[in-house]
Write a protein that binds this ligand. Structure first.
Ligand code: SAH
Length: 432
């Protein structure tokens, strides 16, 4: 049998919510009767949402799929600046809980018909009178449409306590608006057959409520609100974000190490006349490539300034005073020679757009690197010092500690240390 709706009706209901979220960009969203978290799993990709909460009376249903809300590997590998916390609670919409107050959007998709009419009254009081969200989306079956559902006898689901006509839904919605200070727009999803829309309306009727009086109204209710906590927290997760200083440092360090090594190879290859394998990659870096080439020529000050901005000048000048990007050092008690590569921070900042975005400025970059135990900076803090190739060293001396010790011996030990930066019978609900 051909599906009656394309996309399926439950998808259309969820898409209705998603379209609303795209338009209104709510930061705090609560899904009542979240069941197996299907809608929440879609909403978590809308990163303007900072707090996403689900509530259902059936904790077993919630627990079945809740781990699908956890961050995936890319959320850790490429954290964004956006912040997201997800919480799931077990509890009834007929009971109050202060943790769910003050949301921008509350959704109740195919929930109210599972409540007795007495509980619908409590639902109204809790949602509109206590939680007082700025917007509420309520969807429920439109019984005017039922004659079009093939094979349907009685209600669309065995657990439904009622199914309202459009008139009954409108009457409830208007009462809620008058009682709790909201306005409502009545619409729906699931188009009727051609020529019947006007007569029977949508398969799922939807009311979109907006609180009158804006944010002040919430504050007014706030004073008198009871601090009740009746729900049980089942799940809570905070997504990795670059707002977390530790995560920011980790991501920045990966970029810095990658780019510093690339520059080192490039310069080394240039000196030895060998082809550098990373060359092609470098050329593909767009603006960064410009800076890269500038640094190749021991940094053409004017060119670098144009590309990187005024802040670079001082540092570039200092580097030029040092004269060499490669330098040698002999140990007094050894006949071995060490070669180190000095990578100016200004060049690093300029070459890698991500480094510049994450650090904000060359001086911030310096401060961040000064606090990294694995990083060695030049005495004036303007450059990162990397040991040259392991081939210059005996095998047993090629580990990082040796490298660091070498650099310390070389008179760069007193590079300044700075404090860290502040800073789912026939299920019409699911299948049509
Ligand atoms: N909103 C989901 C599922 C709707 S089915 C969707 O869009 O697909 C209705 C859900 O409401 C079920 O998961 C049921 O457990 C839940 N429910 C029923 N009575 C409830 C109550 N008093 N409080 C909270 N959730 C309730």
């Amino acid at each position: 049998m051909e599906p009656m709706f394309t996309p399926a009706l439950h998808r259309q209901r969820h898409q209705f919510v998603i379209d609303f979220v795209k338009r209104k960009k709510p930061k705090k969203v609560l899904d009542l009767g979240c069941c197996e978290c299907v809608l929440l799993k879609q909403l978590k990709f809308h990163r303007e949402i900072e707090l996403l909460v689900g509530l259902d009376i059936d904790g077993v249903q919630v627990k079945k799929k809740m781990h699908g809300l956890a961050p995936i590997s890319t959320d850790y590998l490429q954290p964004s600046y956006d912040q997201l916390r997800i919480e799931l609670y077990q509890g009834s919409v007929t009971e109050k809980d202060a943790r769910l107050r003050g949301f921008d959007l509350v959704t109740s998709i195919e929930l109210i018909e599972h409540l007795t009419l007495a509980d619908v009254e409590l639902f109204s009081e809790v949602v509109f009178g206590y939680l007082t969200p700025e917007a509420v989306i309520v969807s429920t079956p439109n019984s005017d449409f039922n004659p079009f559902l093939p094979g349907l006898v009685g209600f669309r689901h065995i657990d439904h306590k009622f199914e309202w006509t459009r008139t009954e839904f409108k009457s409830w919605a208007m009462k809620v608006c008058l009682q709790y200070g909201y306005e409502v727009e009545l619409t729906g999803v699931g188009q009727a057959p051609p020529g019947q829309q006007e007569r029977v309306g949508f398969c799922s009727q939807i009311g979109v409520f907006h609180r009158l009086g804006g944010k002040e109204r919430y504050n007014m209710f706030d004073e008198d609100a009871e601090d009740v906590f009746s729900y049980t927290l089942l799940y809570s997760i905070i997504y990795p974000s670059l707002h977390d200083n530790n995560i920011l440092r980790r991501v920045l360090m990966c970029e810095v190490v990658y780019w510093a090594d690339k520059l080192k190879r490039r310069w080394t290859a240039e000196e030895t006349g060998e082809r550098d394998d990373t060359d092609d990659l470098c050329q593909a870096e767009g603006e960064g490539g410009e800076c890269f080439r500038a640094s190749e020529r021991h940094v053409d000050t004017e060119e670098a300034q144009t590309a990187c901005g005024a802040e670079m000048k001082t540092l570039v000048d200092q580097e030029e005073e040092d004269g060499e990007l490669f330098w040698r050092r002999g140990q007094p008690d050894s006949d071995k020679w060490r070669r180190c590569v000095s990578v100016p921070l200004a060049v690093l900042w300029c070459c890698c757009p991500k480094v510049s975005v994450l650090s904000g400025s060359v001086s911030n970059l310096r401060l961040l690197l000064m606090d990294e135990p694995g990083v060695k900076l030049s005495q004036d803090g303007s450059a990162m010092l990397l040991n040259h190739q392991e081939q210059d060293l005996d095998d047993d001396e090629s580990d990082d500690d040796e490298h660091r010790a070498d650099l310390e011996d070389s008179g760069y030990a007193d590079a300044r240390q700075c404090p860290p930066l502040a800073e789912p019978e026939e299920d019409w609900e699911a299948n049509v």
